[in-house]
Design a protein around this ligand. Structure first.
Ligand SMILES: Cc1cc2nc3c(=O)[nH]c(=O)nc-3n(C[C@H](O)[C@H](O)[C@H](O)COP(=O)(O)O)c2cc1C
Length: 224
């Protein structure tokens, strides 16, 4: 069967189809569940950071084009508060263009070292230019110039073209106060749904799904 790759694994290596872990690092129990999923998010994020998970703020952002084609990519969570979860990017990138016409989006965070996943669904809005500037000014100089240099998601001639653009922009904006690029800033996903997944033995995982109801949240257990 060609669906399994490599069909003939190197000696001593398992076939992909035989790769699986039994999850047994934790449990998600309604008896200790906070009523507010943001509280649980914070507990899990703190736990992932304490456990030394690499890039614990990396998350997959899914957007959908006007003709219904989904796209996903990794972005970094840069903050969260009662409104939602924020990330920064180029407004003219594929994700930026898609969010401009369809603000419905999803975020998935995987902390595989903790056998945990959180899935968020909701609506994305732009952060204010003031909030975007505050974050932009906190970035290292190289990243600030990178944001100016990158026409994110556009085809470019080659690497040399990008590096020459970087040099030009460094000359134009010396280290100090680099202005916020007009096409770059923050977004916030305000979730209507938040699902917490904890891997359990024998694929009988714990899944608790929160749904926004008025000013509060309701939750239920989902079948794994
Ligand atoms: C670990 C990791 C973190 C990333 N963080 C960001 C980010 O915060 N913002 C961003 O615009 N792109 C980030 N990227 C790059 C995106 O995944 C993606 O390539 C880029 O945003 C263009 O996506 P698009 O063409 O779908 O809009 C990251 C990639 C990785 C692997």
């Amino acid at each position: 069967m060609s669906v399994f790759y490599p069909s003939t694994p190197p000696s001593g290596k398992p076939n992909l189809a035989d790769l699986r872990l039994n999850y047994e690092k934790g449990a998600l129990d309604e008896a200790t569940l906070p009523a507010d999923p943001f509280v649980l998010f914070k507990l899990w994020l703190d736990d992932a950071m304490a456990a030394g998970v690499a890039e614990p703020n990396a998350m997959t952002l899914a957007t959908v084009s006007v003709d219904g084609q989904p796209s996903s990519r990794t972005v970094l969570l840069k903050g969260f508060d009662a409104r939602g979860f924020s990330f920064f990017t180029n407004y003219q990138s594929r994700k930026g263009r898609e969010l401009a016409v369809n603000p419905k989006a999803a975020l998935t965070i995987l902390w595989k070292e903790r056998e945990r996943q959180i899935c968020l669904r909701g609506t994305v809005s732009l952060l204010s230019r003031e909030e975007s500037d505050a974050y932009f000014q906190s970035r290292p100089y190289g990243s600030q110039i990178g944001a100016w240099a990158s026409e994110q998601s556009e085809c470019i001639p080659d690497r040399a073209w990008l590096e020459s653009r970087e040099r030009e922009l460094m000359a134009k904006h010396p280290e100090g106060k680099v202005p916020l690029p007009p096409n770059w800033g923050g977004y916030m996903l305000s979730p209507d749904e938040m699902e917490f997944w904890q891997g359990r033995p024998s694929r009988l995982h714990d899944r608790i799904h929160f749904e926004r109801r008025g000013d509060g949240w309701q939750h239920c257990r989902l079948s794994p």
